[in-house]
Design a protein around this ligand. Structure first.
Ligand SMILES: NC(=O)c1ccc[n+]([C@@H]2O[C@H](COP(=O)([O-])OP(=O)(O)OC[C@H]3O[C@@H](n4cnc5c(N)ncnc54)[C@H](O)[C@@H]3O)[C@@H](O)[C@H]2O)c1
Length: 332
């Protein structure tokens, strides 16, 4: 859809206040990210214990964010929790929606946000897979400013956001949201069309489907699957995606040799499996197997361990990048 951006639209890097609607795992993670980047945040969540949960989540994330480096003026004191949705979104320059992944909830909520937010306020939805075309159907005033801004958990550490509009979204809103997320420190992919599951989830879900099949068929335990990923392909995927990884697997012949050599043999694994049936037994095996891997650690302990490790990986990669730049600088 083409339409002209409203004259009151702020520059993407002039945003000062972000409204976060829905403050669970992802909404709370967004709150922590925006606070650390120096924004003022107004949160709204209908759950009675939402504010306490949110403040706990932000406090738990803050040490990791401090370690990474806070923006000038960044403070947890810049968080306000609004009493109503309208109050939250009417004060914001941008809205991030992170309500539960149910289409009816998203449709109704985005319609409500559309009624309450000024016309120039762009709204990004954290949805993991719904298309904006199906979610914006209830918005009658300005559906053109509704886009998907899909993050990865935790949004305060994982850089990627996938941005895509729906049939009624305007090109200017998709562009503006992409630039805003970049200004807010994210790595952005702007998709041209509504791809089910976007890109990151398509890849994650394929790995997840295989894991469930192996547990359902008693071929591997949860612990073996997790070890196979962290000590195997996962280690490479932090810096080379699956395509460059397989390019190197083809030796000097690269991707072309990889496909010619392994393609015929891969036809079977590529086509073997459909969605696993989520039986009670499979559910129980997954839950019990994961409990064994968790081995008594609390969720808060696991989150702190995850954050320390992610920062260690990001720092190590940044250091290698720095060394490579130094080595390639002439005159050294
Ligand atoms: N968990 C993930 O790894 C992940 C990753 C990327 C995207 N997402 C997406 O983020 C969104 C939120 O997922 P989550 O994992 O944070 O869920 P969650 O259950 O942790 O949080 C949802 C929050 O929304 C609140 N809520 C309930 N009804 C609401 C309403 N009508 N309006 C506003 N808030 C409402 C709940 O009180 C809760 O705090 C979903 O769209 C999900 O697909 C999740």
């Amino acid at each position: 859809m083409t339409s002209t951006a409203p004259s009151t639209l702020p520059a993407p890097d002039a945003v000062r206040t972000v409204a976060c609607v829905g403050a669970g795992v992802i909404g709370g993670g967004w709150v922590a990210h925006f606070l650390a980047r120096g924004y003022h945040v107004v949160a709204w969540d209908p759950a009675p214990d939402a504010e306490a949960r949110l403040r706990e989540l932000v406090a738990a994330a803050w040490p990791a964010l401090t370690q990474l480096g806070l923006a000038t003026g960044a403070s947890v004191d810049n968080l306000q929790v609004a009493a109503t949705l309208a109050d939250a979104v009417s004060r914001a320059d941008f809205v991030q929606e992170s309500a539960p992944e149910r289409l009816d909830v998203k449709v109704e909520l985005l319609a409500e946000i559309d009624r309450a937010a000024p016309e120039h306020v762009v709204v990004g939805s954290s949805t993991s897979g719904y298309g904006m075309s199906e979610m914006q159907t209830g918005a009658t005033l300005h559906p053109e400013r509704l886009v998907v801004g899909h993050p990865f958990n935790p949004p305060y550490l994982v850089p990627l956001v996938e941005v895509v509009g729906g049939r009624a979204s305007a090109d200017w809103a998709v562009r503006w949201a992409s630039e805003f997320y970049r200004a807010a420190g994210k790595s952005v992919i702007t998709l041209d069309s509504e791809l089910p599951g976007f890109i990151g989830n398509r890849i994650q879900e394929a790995a997840w489907r295989e894991a469930l099949h192996m547990v359902a068929n008693k071929e591997a335990t949860v612990a073996q699957i997790d070890q196979a990923m962290t000590d195997g392909p996962g280690l490479r995927w932090a810096f080379h995606g699956p395509c460059l990884t397989f390019h190197l697997a083809g030796g000097d012949g690269g991707m072309a040799h990889m496909l010619d050599h392994f393609g015929p043999a891969l036809r079977y694994p590529w086509t073997r499996l459909t969605a696993p049936e989520l039986t009670d037994e499979l559910r129980q095996d997954m839950v019990e197997g994961t409990e064994r891997v968790v081995n008594g650690r609390t969720t808060a302990e696991l989150i702190a361990q995850r954050d320390r490790r992610m920062i260690a990986v990001m720092r190590a990669l940044a250091e290698v990048d720095r060394q490579e730049v130094d080595e390639s600088t002439p005159g050294r």
